[in-house]
Design a protein around this ligand. Structure first.
Ligand code: ADP
Ligand code: MG
Length: 486
């Protein structure tokens, strides 16, 4: 039997407001436990929540960015359940009238294909506190600092069919909220987390299968793994004649498996009702128009512009534009190059810039656990390096060595080339002498080559490059060797 996977994601994004959604307490991360929970966050009797306008603004911005409808009227509801880290006994959320509905998002997959994913809704709600189990052997610690932190919950349509699509969607949402500046998107700190709804159905069947929901996935890798595990598990269950139980599951990153938390039968009855302490949120059309004007250039527009202005491939443009900071770095390399280099050289430099930013630079950042804003090799330093590749002062291979030296703080490109004597040999007389030496030293291989063994050619190139300590211009070496061996 061929199975098809169906995935819908619910993503919780913490909004970057200074204060809580219904109180003036700070939202700063990392404070001592229970120092940032005021009477409103604790739900003490007699207090009244007051809505934070900034949270409304940020939710509306998100709606505009995904082409959704931003509701002129939305309503806060109480979602009732008991949990130790939720002192009120309910969470303020939006059920029937969310602030954002009916958006879409385009994703690009590894093979270059595009797909549009529907966004059902995004609603405003408050976060709960945190239960701490590790520090206390016989009891549970409660930290209520996070109570009342503003969130938007973004609910997708069940439009995704593979873990790859789900990850691409999640990354795109992450990118957009960072572009908009409405969230820091920090996954370690819980500012961006995802619940994955997964079901399978026989290929060709229209009706959806029963789904499970795996909660609180806080990295792209965990989402991918949790989905793949869940799909395999569901296939095993169905192929052994069992049935899937609709339930909430938990992904254990240490054991790399999902397991059951609670089934639908044990699910809470939330007894939603409109919160009597809060008026409906009315948004004037002028407010929306004002926000629309403030929207920054978003990834989709940036990709189009990058392809046009720098003649980049779809793949390069997509990957550079994914992070706002990476895109800014790339454009700074391009800007500096434009100032310094010959205009005829620019197309090649732009392509090199894309390769280096997505390749060597990105690998070095990853290795040292650094963000691009803190890169030891600045955009203008990289532009300097690319200029020296383009004008043939150094080969691409030597450039990697220079880059490493720049990374360890040995100075700018020209300083390093000079200090290490890495300048490329382009003097054809000098290269010819090396070629001659290699040909004379290896009569056996010359014999083989001349009797038709073309493969030996690589051997000669290697020998000449070795003799020149990697500094001979590779193209000239190739040309002169061919000439000599004829
Ligand atoms: P609930 O209110 O129980 O959370 P929703 O209808 O809001 O349920 O759906 C939650 C998420 O589950 C949405 O992202 C939706 O796309 C997804 N979903 C719904 N049905 C399925 C299914 N059969 N398989 C996979 N995902 C599904
Ligand atoms: Mg839900």
């Amino acid at each position: 039997m061929q199975w098809e996977t169906v995935i819908g994601l619910e993503i919780h994004v913490q909004l970057a407001t200074d204060s809580k959604i219904f109180s003036g307490a700070s939202t700063a991360y990392g404070a001592n436990p229970n120092t940032q929970a005021c009477a409103v966050d604790l739900g003490l009797p007699g207090v009244l929540p007051v809505l934070n306008k900034d949270a409304v603004r940020m939710a509306a911005m998100f709606g505009l960015a995904v082409g959704a409808n931003v509701a002129e009227r939305s309503v806060f509801d109480r979602k009732n359940y008991f949990y130790p880290d939720s002192p009120k006994g309910y969470q303020i959320s939006q059920l029937e009238f969310p602030i954002v509905e009916h958006g879409t998002l385009d994703i690009v997959l590894g093979d270059g294909s595009r797909k549009t994913i529907g966004i059902t809704r995004a609603h405003l709600e408050e976060d709960a506190g945190k239960s701490l189990h590790e520090e206390f052997p016989d009891s549970t610690g409660i930290d209520l600092n996070r109570c009342g932190t503003p969130l938007i919950e973004i609910v997708s349509e069940p439009d995704m069919r593979t873990a790859e699509e789900a990850v691409a969607y999640m990354k795109k949402i992450h990118s957009i909220v960072r572009y908009l500046g409405i969230s820091d998107g920090n996954m370690q700190e819980g500012s961006f987390r995802c619940d994955a709804n997964v079901s399978i159905r026989p290929k060709g069947q229209e009706e959806f299968g029963t789904r499970t929901e795996t909660k609180n996935l806080n990295s792209f890798r965990f989402v991918e793994r949790a989905i793949n595990h869940e799909v395999e598990r569901q296939i095993d269950v169905l192929e052994e004649g069992g049935r899937i139980v609709q339930e909430t599951r938990l992904y254990d990153a240490n054991k790399d498996e999902t397991r059951s938390m609670r089934s639908k039968e044990e699910a809470n009855d939330y007894r939603y009702f409109p919160d009597p302490d809060l008026l409906p949120v009315i948004i004037e059309p002028e407010f929306i128009e004002e926000l629309r004007k403030q929207l920054p250039e978003l990834p989709t527009e940036k990709i189009i512009r990058f392809k046009k202005d720098y003649d980049l491939s779809e793949y390069d443009a997509e990957n550079l534009a994914m992070s706002k900071e990476t895109a800014e770095y790339f454009e700074e390399v391009a800007r500096v190059s434009k100032e310094k280099a010959d205009s005829k050289a620019l197309p090649k430099i732009y392509k090199l810039a894309a390769n280096w930013v997505l390749g060597d630079l990105s690998a070095a950042l990853h290795q040292d656990g650094l963000e691009i804003e803190n890169s030891p090799v600045s955009a203008s330093m990289l532009a300097g390096l690319l200029g020296r590749i383009e004008d043939n002062t150094i080969s691409s291979k030597i450039a990697k060595e220079v880059f490493q030296a720049m990374w360890s703080g040995e100075g700018d490109v020209d300083v390093i080339i000079e200090a290490k004597g890495l300048k490329q040999i382009t003097d054809s007389g000098e290269i010819e002498a090396l070629v001659e030496q290699v040909v004379n030293d290896n009569p056996g291989q010359v014999e083989q080559y001349r009797s038709g063994k073309d493969k030996v050619f690589g051997f000669f190139v290697g020998q000449v490059m070795k003799l020149s300590k990697g500094k001979a211009n590779p193209k000239q070496v190739n040309d002169l060797l061919k000439e000599k061996l004829k």
